[in-house]
Design a protein around this ligand. Structure first.
Ligand SMILES: [Zn+2]
Length: 330
């Protein structure tokens, strides 16, 4: 099949009662170490952490991963500080988890699970945010903020995607089961955060991304597909680049979050990330300049995948195939 290069973690590590059935349940430090050892032997590219891993187990996983020379990344576990995970060598954080917690004098209370966006906003402290940003920059802790999903997840009760032209590419079980389940869980989790608070929080996230970026923290473009509701593989990546520009990145900096930066992240700068003689040919050919308007990344004239050229017409045919495949799973 024609597709992207995939680097994968294998099963995620989560707490004793994982949120996702495919995860490995971790209850103890020994369990955490065993899981790292087992996944390393199975040849995964990195270890993925989820939110519910107990504190002592998370720190043991960090230690074991370091010992085994394998990267660990994902969610900063709920019971651990972002600063601690950065110091422990966690390679990247998803969804800005731990950043608002660590930018507040109420961090200890947040670690106990008492999180609301209202409280994040009310207790946000510029000096703490700046010192956390300096720490993340020093440790080169990558951030994959999944900004499209952060916005979408916060607006589920006021969004209507029924007329979105991309919905036709989504198979039924995904729309009707996965999205439904997450929408139910997430809207319930809004609790006391009303829509005005959530909108303020979305804007504050952009401001925080800007702060981290200026401090020298490195960034990756990520979409959280297929977990995110109303997230469309491929399409949503372009939206993510627009969010980076909204957060104050220049268009070239936004482009790099999906080109040069991932190549650096995976230590593959020799092969990927820029257009140079001798590198792997994975290219998008655009009909308008993305440095003038980042939205031009969607004016796609053709794509080169591993040296093979696909014209716009061929891409349209492939998309029609995706649509037909989605229809087969109503
Ligand atoms: Zn996640």
């Amino acid at each position: 099949m024609i597709g992207p290069r995939i680097f994968t973690s294998g099963p995620m590590l989560d707490g004793p009662k994982p949120r996702f059935p495919s995860s490995i349940a971790i209850a103890t430090p020994e369990g955490g170490r065993r899981a790292v050892d087992n996944l390393k032997q199975r040849g995964v590219d990195f270890i993925k952490l989820q939110s519910l891993i107990p504190r002592d187990a998370a720190l043991a996983i960090a230690e074991e991963a370091k010992k085994q020379g394998i990267a660990f990344e994902g969610h900063v576990p709920d019971a651990v500080r972002a600063g601690e995970m950065s110091e422990a060598g966690m390679k990247s954080f998803e969804h800005l988890i731990g950043i608002f917690e660590g930018s507040s004098p109420a961090e200890e209370d947040f670690l106990k699970g008492n999180k609301t966006e209202r409280k994040f906003l009310a207790t946000y402290d510029e000096a703490r945010a700046a010192s956390l940003a300096a720490l993340l920059a020093k440790n080169h802790t990558w951030q994959c903020p999944t900004l499209v999903w952060e916005r979408g997840g916060n607006l589920l009760d006021v969004s209507d995607f029924s007329g979105d032209t991309r919905v036709k590419y989504v198979p039924g079980p995904w729309k009707n089961k996965t999205w439904k389940r997450f929408t139910g869980e997430i809207t319930q989790g809004y609790g006391t955060d009303d829509i005005a608070t959530r909108k303020k929080f979305i804007d504050k996230e952009l401001a925080v991304v800007h702060l981290l970026h200026r401090a020298g923290v490195p960034f990756l473009a990520g979409t959280d597909t297929p977990a995110g509701v109303h997230i469309f593989p491929g399409f949503s990546l372009h939206e993510e680049l627009r969010r980076f520009v909204a957060a104050g990145f220049t268009p070239p900096e936004a482009l790099q979050t999906a080109t040069l930066n991932p190549a650096r992240f995976f230590g593959m700068e020799e092969q990927l990330g820029t257009i140079e003689d001798g590198k792997l040919a994975d290219l998008v050919l655009l009909s308008a300049n993305p440095l003038e308007d980042i939205a031009n990344t969607q004016k796609i004239a053709g794509v080169v995948v591993n040296g093979r050229y696909f014209s716009h017409i061929e891409i349209e045919k492939m998309l029609a195939g995706v649509e037909a495949a989605a229809r087969r799973y109503p």
